[in-house]
Structure formats: structure tokens, C-alpha cells
Write a protein that binds this ligand. Structure first.
Ligand code: KG4
Ligand code: ZN
Length: 361
């Protein structure tokens, strides 16, 4: 199918045209991030107001860049939750109006299912792949849908959630583990605030960490004595707070701040990898491991995941482009495709916009 995807669950306003759940004909991502850089986080009402201004122009831009007209489209997939309610309403209201005007079906999509579907996305043959990926051969298939190898274990790590999903198809699976407190992205963002870095903290902290020594400072490994596949990040944040208090002015000595960032980034990644190790043991039938969500853009995490999977002879995959790691409309179109393919009755589903919905397979 050729689907239109709309994503507005947080501060991004993104729309995309995607063929067969993988071939990205266009993907426009508008962000009001600059407005929030020095405010420590997103202000929901401001984000929704900016999205309202942005959405119609980028709908037109996406159609133009994909060289399609509304009559070519076979459906509109839209994030219905979870997320900021005002932001979600901008996306879902736009989707309802467009679906009615263009006379095509509306496909409601859970935000997390969007992230879980993002590893199949590839820039259309005309576009350049931006980030390195272990799935280079996959990127070269340019537009052909590669059969997924299930069961797949997916570590979904973003600013809003940290989950481990075990799936036997795109839309069938179980939630094998979840965070008990902060999300991994939140741990990056809150750590960045403590280090005086701008929002969103993940990319800023990762950039600073590049100049530091990750072995310089010790952080505890969360849930060390537990065999399970749950996560906890709030202890790491507290450890960082105490470390900065103890360092005092020494933080400003050359290289110290960067080494604190590197050690903290390593501690977050080590915890994620430790839980992934338990998960791989718990699900020995796993054929592939995927990393998705904003934090999957982190190069240190990717390298550690690759090392772990080599020792288990498993392949690991993450989105082929950095822009598919963070929130984007293309992953929502991909999820819409898989939902309709595997659950045709989905098209008749009641359409509900919710800030707090949970993903149930
Ligand atoms: O998936 P996403 O765009 O939005 C949510 O659904 O939350 O993820 C955003 C999160 C933020 O917390 C951001 O700091 C984090 O992803 N992030 C990163 C990196 N790039 C984005 N964290 C670590 N390293 C990065 N390179
Ligand atoms: Zn997200």
C-alpha cells in the first residue's frame, strides 16, 4: 500500500509517504525543539500551538516531495496515543479531516508500534542513507520489502518509555520488560540538565562524552542482583547528583565534565545491555535483536549491543537513518501497513485519541 503517516505525540510534527511499510517516499519532520532548548523540557500548550501552525504546510510538502497526489494514497495512519493530549489532537483531527476529504481509510496507530516498525524503513532509492548500520545490505534493497525474521526481541528506548518486546510477528507479541521509574531517554535528559546541557539531553550528552574517559567514574549497575528484564534508571540519576556534589569545583578541571558524561552514558548503556543479556537467555528462539526509539541513536549503546550479539551469534539492527530513531511520520505509516496486513479488521476499529493508552497485542 501507499500510506500517509502522521505523528504529533510530543514536540515533533511529522508527516510521511511510505510504500509497503518500508520505502520512504518523503518524510518531513518539523520540530519546535529550539523553543524548548533552554527551558529543560517541552511545554505542552506551546508545542501544540506550533504543531497547529506547522502541520498543513508540511502535508503539502510531503506530497510534493513524494511526487504523489491524494488520489494515489490508500490510507492515513496516525498516532492516536500515548502522548501530549493537545499535540495528539492536532494530528488526529488533521488525519480525520484529510481522510474524509481524500475519501481514504483512517488507521489508528499506537506510538510504540510505530517505533517497533521503524527498523524496516529505508530512504527511497533516490535518497542517501545518513547513518551507519549493520543492516547495510538491507538498505541496498532500495524499496523491496525484506521478509522479517521473527521472533524479534526489540529494545524500545525513548524519552517516554523503555520496554523490551518479544514479537512473533509485526503485531503479535508480549511486553517482556519495562522501566519501573524513569525512561532511558529521561535519564539522559535529566543527567544533561545536571551537567548544564541543553534539551534534549541525549545528543548533547553523547557529544560531550566523546571527549571523555568512560572508565574514570564508577556508577552502580541497577538491579544487579535481579535476573529479570525490567529496568530502573532513577538510581543512576541520584548517583550522578551525588558525584557532581562531591566533585564541586573539580568538575571544571580539564576533561572532568566530559568524563562524567562518558561514564554516565556508559552506565545507562551497560544497564540496557545487562537486561538485554537476560532477555536473550529468556527467549532462546530469538532470531534478531532490534534497537529503536530516540536512544537507539546513541553510538556507544549500538557498539555495546553489537558486541553482545556477536557473542550470541545474533544479528542486531537499528533504524537505517538517525531521523527514523526519533519520532517521525514514516514509522507510523509502516505500523499502519503492518496492522492492516496482519489485522484487516483494524480498519473498523473505534478511533480513540488517548494520552495514556497502553499497547496491547
Ligand atoms: O523517540 P523519541 O524521539 O521521543 C519519544 O518518544 O520520547 O526519543 C527522544 C529521546 C530523548 O530523551 C533524547 O534525549 C533521546 O531520545 N536521544 C538520545 C540520543 N538522541 C536522542 N539519547 C542518547 N543518545 C542520543 N544520541
Ligand atoms: Zn517516540
Amino acid at each position: 500500500m501507499l500510506l500517509f503517516g502522521i505523528e504529533t505525540s510530543c514536540d515533533e510534527t511529522s508527516v510521511a509517504v511510505v510504500r509497503e511499510g518500508c520505502d520512504v517516499q518523503s518524510c518531513i519532520i518539523g520540530s519546535s525543539r529550539k523553543d524548548f532548548e533552554h527551558r529543560g523540557g517541552v511545554i505542552p500548550e506551546d508545542a501544540a500551538r506550533r504543531q497547529l501552525e506547522m502541520i498543513l504546510p508540511i502535508v503539502e510538502q510531503a506530497l510534493k516531495e513524494a511526487h504523489v497526489t491524494p488520489t494515489d494514497l490508500e490510507g492515513i495512519a496516525v498516532t492516536t496515543g500515548p502522548g501530549l493530549l493537545g499535540s495528539l489532537l492536532v494530528g488526529t483531527t488533521t488525519a480525520r479531516v484529510l481522510a474524509s476529504t481524500w475519501n481514504i481509510p483512517l488507521i489508528p496507530v499506537h506510538h510504540t508500534l510505530g517505533h517497533l516498525s521503524s527498523t524496516w524503513l529505508q530512504e527511497s532509492a533516490k535518497r542517501k542513507v545518513e547513518s551507519p548500520t549493520t543492516a547495510a545490505a538491507y538498505a541496498e534493497t532500495s524499496g523491496k520489502y525484506e521478509e522479517a525474521k521473527f521472533p524479534i526481541l526489540t529494545l524500545s528506548v525513548s524519552g517516554g518509555h523503555t520496554d523490551l518486546w518479544y514479537r512473533t510477528s509485526h503485531t503479535v507479541g508480549i511486553l517482556a520488560g519495562s522501566t519501573r521509574d524513569d525512561a532511558a531517554g529521561e535519564a539522559f535528559d535529566k543527567g544533561a540538565v545536571l551537567l548544564g546541557l541543553p534539551y534534549p539531553g541525549g545528543p548533547a550528552l553523547a557529544a560531550l562524552a566523546e571527549q571523555g574517559d568512560e572508565k574514570k567514574f564508577d556508577f552502580p549497575l541497577p538491579l544487579k542482583s535481579e535476573e529479570g528484564t525490567d529496568f530502573s534508571f532513577s538510581g543512576l540519576k541520584t548517583s550522578l547528583k551525588y558525584l557532581l556534589r562531591d566533585l564541586g569545583d573539580k568538575l571544571h578541571e580539564p576533561g572532568t565534565r566530559a568524563s562524567v558524561a562518558a561514564s554516565y552514558q556508559h552506565a545507562i548503556s551497560a544497564h540496557l545491555i545487562d537486561r538485554l543479556t537476560h532477555a536473550v537467555k529468556r527467549f532462546p528462539e530469538t532470531k534478531e535483536v532490534h534497537l529503536v526509539g530516540g536512544v537507539s541513536a546513541n553510538l556507544r549503546l549500538r557498539a555495546m549491543a553489537e558486541d553482545l550479539m556477536k557473542s550470541h551469534s545474533l544479528s542486531v539492527r537499528w533504524p537505517t537513518s538517525l531521523r527514523f530513531c526519533t519520532d517521525n511520520g514514516a514509522m507510523i505509516a509502516a505500523a499502519g501497513e503492518f496492522l492492516v496486513r496482519e489485522k484487516p479488521e483494524w480498519l473498523k476499529r473505534e478511533f480513540v485519541t488517548s494520552a495514556t493508552m497502553s499497547l496491547k497485542f
